[in-house]
Write a protein that binds this ligand. Structure first.
Ligand SMILES: [Fe+2]
Ligand SMILES: [Fe+2]
Length: 204
């Protein structure tokens, strides 16, 4: 018999656009499960929470308040599958607190795990991140670059709070910083060479 969690996984997968499922929910699931094992959290509860944390933004018009819209959506799904009130309450807190910049701060271990995994997921998909930002509105490349940098800096400094989570993505964050900083410095320092600078360079 298919387990409840498998049915919810299928249901959530069907609700999301393929790219959001593949490049956000799947990486969040990956890190959330790793953290659940390390911090000895209830693995099924963590998986449920990871699946449902962004359920409020399956419709892009709720992007800004998806942590609020998602509370009711998550509740509806969990009630449909007869989850106990205690689990529903836990997952609802994850949804309302997962952004950390808005809504209450994550109070439970599961909520902390999801907020951390939500940010860690970004470090796996850097090129997608650029594409996402650029495809929404008419941002210049420089604006997009700045936005991605700020977002990842905020993830690293404010969202990734669990010590083991920080250790897990430290190398990746440093590598990303190296790439972004080298690009930024290049843009800042770059001056088109003049004929005389060409000459002076060659003459050395
Ligand atoms: Fe979210
Ligand atoms: Fe998310």
């Amino acid at each position: 018999m298919t387990k409840k969690i498998d049915k919810i996984r299928q249901l959530v997968k069907a609700k999301f656009e393929e790219k959001d499922w593949k490049y956000h929910i799947v990486p969040v699931l990956k890190y959330a499960k790793k953290l659940a094992r390390i911090y000895r959290a209830d693995e099924e509860l963590v998986e449920l929470a990871a699946l449902l944390h962004d359920i409020g933004r399956v419709d892009i018009k709720h992007d800004e308040d998806h942590h609020i819209v998602g509370i009711l959506e998550a509740e509806k799904i969990l009630k449909k599958f007869n989850y106990p009130e205690k689990i529903i309450k836990e997952v609802k807190h994850v949804v309302e607190s997962h952004r950390t910049s808005q809504g209450p701060k994550p109070k439970t271990l599961v909520a902390k795990i999801i907020a951390n995994a939500d940010a860690m997921a970004h470090f796996d998909i850097l090129p997608v991140f650029f594409w996402w930002r650029k495809s929404r509105k008419e941002y210049s490349f420089e604006d997009t670059l700045q936005w991605v940098e700020n977002k990842l800096k905020n993830d690293w400094k404010k969202k990734i709070t669990l010590p083991k989570a920080k250790k897990m993505v430290e190398k990746k964050y440093k590598a990303i910083r190296l790439i972004l900083d080298s690009l930024k410095n290049y843009e800042k320092d770059y001056n088109p060479p003049t004929a005389s600078s060409h000459f002076s360079l060659r003459s050395k």
